[in-house]
Design a protein around this ligand. Structure first.
Ligand code: NAD
Length: 500
């Protein structure tokens, strides 16, 4: 599979000679000031350097987005649709290269990334096709007025994305923003910046007007912070950790920033004893160990009915021990490396926490030997209880925490006993129980007898510390657009007469 790695290296070759800079007002802009190393998680090697945008460069990117807004928002939606569909076509044409770059700097496995790049194209196509209807509103007649609503893009927006599936997540936010008529300043994650550069170049090759989509690289606490504080940025769409969401809310308070947050999760998968246990096991293993465990909707808490707990967990342990860890470019690899030494240390630290809390490490529990990459063994903590930190905190690695429940009420109580509320998974053949448990789960999304299968018209997002707002379908446009109500008097309405 080294041909895929070669493909990725050739895609980032220009930025091995000089640091990766920014893309502002339709052109590549070199780094001025600080830069930082970008690492290859699979080998631990330095791939190159990436610049931290200077304040001046960030201001230039925002100014470009501001200048382009009146042009883009008044571009006929059919034209926006055409351009964004061309972006989708070009993503499809470049999917192999994009996927290879994700394997290189994010350490994600080829078997998943080849599909994720195509998903990026689908995100663009989905929102492109809806651009012509984005401004549509409602007619709300009253006795004396005809009220109608319309929507208009809010203005230049900031999009800040994480490193776990960088390309797909960026398209997920940027495509609806552009389809709505917003202009964009994107700040990709510093640990995996290369695929975002491919995206902005592709978008311009597809004919996006200058300044409509700008990309600035940099650290969260400098470039990210400045973007969220900038008065000309009207809204911030953010995907990342809950604590960063809080910081962004504070940073945006002075300029009353509209925010959309897709944050962390500690998602329960509840398995009742009447479930299709074979499929439940497949789904639970897939949802936590795919994407190297770095998935916001991962089923990181396995909550199993006591009557089948021992056997189900024993079967899970058997499967975990057989997971294929290795080179992310190898199609057979199921679990690749963690993104960065800092994240690797965080995941490692939970082994001592689990031991101190009294959980049993039934599989894994240690780094992989004889590698320079950031590989951690797929791990399963058994016999946990809800109060343990391993049952409360988002570890964001290939680490599953299992516990038993006694009855339906106990399952719901345990599932809800965390600060997060992104996704929940319920496995049972009892339809009424599935409905009751789905209603009771504190989560933005529930899958019954299924792993996470995304359907773009449906709302995606979390409750509690997992987020604010929903993406998908029309929900995305609601965030990127302002609704206006117009009331037309029918001529029968007489205002009160004062001072007569
Ligand atoms: P992170 O919060 O550390 O960083 C995300 C982005 O925010 C990066 O681009 C970073 O540079 C930037 N950032 C950091 N501090 C900032 C600040 N003060 N102001 C502005 N920007 C700042 O998250 P991460 O470690 O990159 O990603 C992992 C997290 O993302 C996990 O918690 C995961 O659950 C979450 N996530 C959520 C979803 C979802 O849909 N809910 C999807 C994917 C990932």
């Amino acid at each position: 599979m080294s041909d895929k790695r070669d493909l990725a290296l050739s895609a980032i070759a220009p930025y091995q000679e000089r640091p990766l800079g920014h893309f502002i007002a339709g052109r590549s802009v070199d780094v001025e000031g600080d830069s930082f190393d970008v690492l290859e998680p699979g080998t631990g090697q330095v791939l190159g350097q990436c610049g931290d945008a200077s304040e001046k460069q960030l201001n230039e990117a925002v100014a470009a987005a501001k200048a382009a807004f009146p042009i883009w928002v008044s571009t006929p939606p059919e034209e926006r649709k055409k351009i964004l569909n061309r972006v989708a076509d070009l993503i499809t044409a470049n999917a192999e290269k994009i996927a290879a770059v994700e394997c290189l700097d994010a350490g994600q496995c080829w078997r998943f990334m080849s599909k994720a790049a195509i998903r990026g194209a689908e995100n663009f196509r989905f929102f492109a096709d809806r651009a012509p209807g984005a401004a549509d509103g409602q007619a709300l007649p009253s006795a004396e007025h005809l009220n109608y609503t319309t929507r208009r893009a809010i203005g230049p927006v900031g999009v800040i994305t994480p490193w776990n599936t960088p390309f797909m997540l960026s398209t997920w936010k940027i495509a609806p923003a552009l389809a709505a008529g917003c202009t964009v300043v994107h700040k990709p994650a510093e640990w995996s910046p290369y695929s975002a550069r491919l995206l902005v170049e592709i978008a311009h090759e597809a004919g996006l007007p200058v300044g409509v989509f700008n990309s600035v690289n940099g650290l969260g606490e400098t470039t990210g912070k400045r973007l969220t504080e900038h008065p000309d940025i009207k809204a911030v769409a953010f995907v990342g950790e809950s604590s960063t969401g809080s910081a962004i809310m504070r940073q945006g308070a002075a300029t009353l920033k509209r925010v959309h947050f897709e944050l962390g999760g500690k998602n329960p998968v509840i398995v009742f004893d009447d479930a299709d246990l074979d499929t439940a096991l497949d789904a639970a293993i897939f949802m936590i160990y795919s994407l190297n465990g770095q998935r916001c909707t991962s089923s990181s808490r396995l909550i199993v009915q006591a009557s089948i707990y021992d056997e189900f967990v024993a079967r899970a342990v058997e499967r975990v021990k057989k997971l294929k860890i290795g080179d992310p470019f190898d199609y057979n690899t199921e679990v690749g490396p963690l993104i960065h030494p800092r994240h690797f240390s965080k995941v490692c630290s939970y082994m001592d926490i689990a031991r101190a809390d009294g959980a049993r490490i039934a599989a894994g529990g240690a780094p992989v030997d004889d590698t320079q990459g950031f590989f951690f063994q797929p791990t399963l903590f058994a016999d946990a209880s809800p109060a343990m930190r391993i049952a409360q905190e988002e570890i964001f690695g290939p680490v599953l925490t299992a516990m038993a429940f006694n009855d339906e009420a106990d399952a719901i109580a345990k599932a809800n006993d965390v600060q997060y509320g992104l996704a929940g998974y319920v496995w049972t053949r009892d339809l009424s129980r599935a409905l009751r448990v789905s209603d009771a789960l504190e989560a933005g999304m529930v899958w019954v007898n299924s792993d996470n299968v995304r359907h773009l018209p449906t709302p995606f997002g979390g409750v509690k510390a997992s987020g604010i707002g929903r993406d998908g379908g029309d929900w995305s446009f609601d965030f990127y657009m302002e609704t206006k109500n117009v009331a037309l008097a029918r001529g029968t309405h007489k205002p009160q007469r004062l001072g007569v």
